[in-house]
Each structure stands twice: as structure tokens, then as C-alpha cells.
Write a protein that binds this ligand. Structure first.
Ligand code: PHE
Length: 455
């Protein structure tokens, strides 16, 4: 890889790429459902507090480690504290975690692509012998898009190939160029959908459904789920931010980057709520449930069926989801690609092949989790759900705690202060508070998320 392809070339590019990673299916798909079940605006408030108190400091810890190490997510630990080589295990765990997440995340990205294509061709809405929106057969047809193994497998593999092609271009010509085009497009699409949704007759009802604070719904479980959501949706603990920060130029202001990225990711999550709830209440679909797969892949197509220009809105919406997912998948795959390059001396092309070729098989198999391989279970879960559970409930929190303890206690204090002030050339008033949170608060809170299922 040529030297000038190892840094983001502009401030905008690095923000676009990092926001692209943070804005993914976690914000656009999981957030509205979590917010609604967690008391609307009350959840939002707790979520924002979690982003500020936990998310931004943890993000800064990863940025500091990554830029100081200026290599892959494993090597960064050894570069920062050469005498404590064992800590590289935390890096290795985060690389493994990122790879396992990629396996099932690529499957969902495949669904979004298949829905985009089916919206353009009109297949998603073609009435089959008198099937009408809302009836059971319609839902069955939608579910088939996900459960129909070989269709889903084809799109999953297509997404892997797409990632392969982008990653081969390297940091500047692949990831940055893609983000520079897709992120503005994503915001434009979000804005357009906000306008459409707010102009629906039931908009105000939907908005209050989403924003009305219901503090009675706030329980310790809801607080923990807001914490978990903030952690996942800021791409923490996956080695992504450590890897991306290695591509940040030395003059990048880390505090303002972390604040901008977190604010934009939160803004996208809120915009998704503004899009979804008016649509759902206007068409009386609240009883369909607004959780997970159901919301995006079943309820929303029904909303589009009731709008004029069904195909257009549906195509644009699933394009929006595909963009959000794609900019996240390239970031998570970059973790292993960079690791193979720096740890094992792979060429860029070789590393991309070594990461994507196995994923073609693994994600391909995973895409059959709801169809042909539904009966293949691990601890009673299909492959998709098992990987989701293993990474979200166990590995991500472990990696998160590992990074905090390393940056807070093992690395010299000067690591954080040097990185936040660019070696004293700019002022930072948050270094002390940040270190305090990274040392005490963040590990304790993440530990709570980790052990909460046992309590
Ligand atoms: N913020 C991302 C999301 O919400 C987190 C993520 C990044 C997940 C990359 C997977 C891959 O989807």
C-alpha cells in the first residue's frame, strides 16, 4: 500500500468514515424500538447521558490508543507499552469479536440489499392472487425474503463481494471515497423521509408516541439497555476506532472528532424515530410491534404500500439502510484486514482476500439460519442468534473493559493527555474528567452490563 494511502486525506473524510462506521443498523433499526419500549423521551435522555458519560470517553480511549499505536488493533497495545506485551490479548479479542460480528451483520446487510432490489423491481409489492397489505399471507411473503435461504444467501454473498471491492481500494481510495459519497446521501435521504413522515396526517400522534417521556417505564433494565445500545452504536469495543484512529493525521483534534461523531450518530438515531413513528401511527400499525426485524422488514413495507409512489419510497428507504450498513461493514472488516497487513505482512490485496473469502462461506452459511439451517442450533440458538448473543453480551463488554483498564491504568497517563492535546499544541479541558471516567466509571458500568443477565 502506498504511504499516502495510509491516512485519511481530509478532516471531512475522516469524520464521514467514522460516522459511517458508527451509523449502522444499530441506530437506524434497533434504536427506535428500544426507545419506544424504554419510555420514549425518557429513554432518549438516558441514552444521551450514556453517550456523553460513557460513549465519548471510551471513544477517546480507543482513539488515543489507535493514533499513538499507529498500527493494527493488536499491535497498538505493544507499541504504547512495549513492556506489557500480554495486553495485546485484548486487541486480539477485539479482532476476533469484530470478525464474528461481521459474519451475521453481513447477513442483515444482505437483507437490506435484497429489499432494495426487490423494491426497485417491484417484486416486494407484487400482489399475488388477491393478497392485501396487512393480511397473514403478505407477512408470510415478506418473511420469505429473510427465511428463503438461498435468496438471502445470494445477497449476503453479494454484500461480501461489494465489501471486498471497496476494501481493496485502501483507506483513501476505498473507505474514504465511499464515505464521502454515501454519508451526505444518507443524510439527504433521512431528511427527505423526515419531511414525508412529518407531513402524514397522524404525524403529531407518532411524534408524541416517540417523544413523550414516560418515566414509569424507566427500570434498571432499561438503563442497562440504553448503556448497551450506546456502546454498540458508537462502534466501541470492536477494534474499529483503534484501527481508524491509526489513519488520523497527527493534527486531528480527537475531542472534537469524538463529539462530532457521537452527536451525528445520535442525531441519525433520533431522525429514524421521527421517520418511523408517524408512519406507524398514521396507518394504525402500532399493534404490529416495532421491534427489530419486524419493524424494518415487515411493518415498514406495509407503510409504503399505503403511500403513493410505493416503489420509489421503498427503494429509497432500503437504499438508506444499505448505505448505513455498508459503511459499517467496511469499517469492521478493515480491523482484520489491517491486522493481517501489519501483523502477518500480507499485501492489501492478499489481506482483503484472506478476510473476505472465508466470509463468503461463513456469512453464506449464517444466512441460512432462518431457513435451511434453522434446526442447527448452538446452546438452543441458531447460528445468527448465537453470534449476536456471544458478541453483544460477552465479547464486546470484555473488550470494552480491557481497553479502559489498559488506557486508564497500564498505559502512562501521558498517553491520554498527549493525544487529547496533540502533544500540548492545543488545549483540552476534559483530559482529567476523561481519565477519571476511563479509570473508574466506564469499567464499572460495562461490568454491570456484562453481569446483568446473571443478576
Ligand atoms: N454503530 C454500528 C451499528 O450500529 C456498529 C457497528 C459497526 C456494527 C460496524 C457492526 C459493524 O450498526
Amino acid at each position: 500500500m502506498s504511504k499516502n494511502n495510509t491516512h485519511f486525506s481530509s478532516k471531512l473524510g475522516l469524520i464521514a468514515a467514522t460516522v459511517g462506521s458508527a451509523v449502522g443498523l444499530g441506530n437506524v433499526w434497533r434504536f427506535p424500538a428500544e426507545a419506544q419500549s424504554g419510555g420514549g423521551a425518557a429513554f432518549l435522555l438516558i441514552y444521551i447521558l450514556c453517550v456523553i458519560l460513557l460513549g465519548i470517553p471510551c471513544m477517546l480511549a480507543e482513539f488515543a490508543l489507535g493514533r499513538a499505536g499507529s498500527t493494527d488493533a493488536i499491535g497498538a497495545f505493544g507499541r504504547v507499552v512495549p513492556t506489557r506485551k500480554r495486553w495485546a490479548t485484548v486487541g486480539a479479542l477485539s479482532v476476533l469479536t469484530s470478525f464474528l460480528i461481521a459474519i451475521f451483520y453481513l447477513v442483515v446487510t444482505g437483507w437490506t440489499l435484497s429489499y432494495s432490489v426487490a423494491s426497485v423491481t417491484g417484486n416486494l409489492y407484487r400482489p399475488e392472487s388477491g393478497i392485501e397489505a396487512g393480511n397473514a399471507l403478505f407477512r408470510l411473503k415478506m418473511e420469505q425474503y429473510i427465511a428463503d435461504g438461498y435468496g438471502a444467501m445470494f445477497f449476503t454473498m453479494a454484500v461480501v463481494v461489494l465489501n471486498w471491492l471497496i476494501l481493496r481500494g485502501g483507506v483513501k481510495k476505498g473507505i474514504e471515497r465511499l464515505s464521502n459519497i454515501l454519508m451526505p446521501l444518507l443524510f439527504l435521504l433521512l431528511l427527505a423521509f423526515c419531511c414525508v413522515s412529518l407531513s402524514l396526517p397522524g404525524a403529531s400522534e407518532g411524534i408524541s408516541y416517540f417523544f413523550k417521556p414516560d418515566f414509569t417505564k424507566i427500570t434498571p433494565t432499561v438503563v442497562l439497555s440504553a448503556l448497551g445500545q450506546a456502546f454498540f452504536s458508537l462502534s466501541l469495543g470492536m477494534g474499529i476506532l483503534v484501527t481508524y484512529a491509526a489513519y488520523y493525521p497527527p493534527q486531528t483534534h480527537l475531542v472534537s472528532t469524538a463529539t462530532t461523531v457521537s452527536s451525528l450518530a445520535t442525531l441519525v438515531a433520533i431522525m429514524m424515530g421521527v421517520i418511523i413513528f408517524p408512519a406507524v401511527t398514521t396507518f394504525g400499525l402500532t399493534e404490529h410491534g416495532v421491534a427489530g426485524t419486524t419493524l424494518v422488514f415487515l411493518t415498514l413495507p406495509e407503510v409504503f404500500m399505503r403511500l403513493p409512489l410505493t416503489g420509489l419510497w421503498s427503494s429509497l428507504f432500503f437504499l438508506l439502510l444499505t448505505i448505513a450498513a455498508l459503511t459499517s461493514t467496511v469499517s469492521i472488516l478493515e480491523v482484520t484486514v489491517r491486522c493481517l497487513q501489519d501483523r502477518f505482512g500480507f499485501s492489501r490485496r492478499g489481506a482483503c482476500m484472506a478476510v473476505n473469502a472465508p466470509l463468503l462461506v461463513l456469512s453464506g452459511i449464517c444466512s441460512l439460519s432462518f431457513g435451511e439451517l434453522a434446526n442447527f442450533t448452538i446452546f438452543g440458538m441458531n447460528m445468527f442468534n448465537f453470534l449476536d448473543f456471544l458478541t453483544a453480551e460477552l465479547l464486546l463488554p470484555l473488550c470494552g473493559i480491557g481497553v479502559c483498564v489498559f488506557v486508564g491504568w497500564i498505559a502512562p497517563k501521558s498517553l491520554l493527555s498527549n493525544q487529547l492535546t496533540n502533544c500540548g499544541s492545543i488545549r483540552s479541558r476534559v483530559t482529567g474528567a476523561c481519565l477519571f471516567i476511563i479509570r473508574y466509571i466506564a469499567p464499572a458500568l460495562i461490568l454491570l452490563v456484562l453481569i446483568s443477565p446473571l443478576l
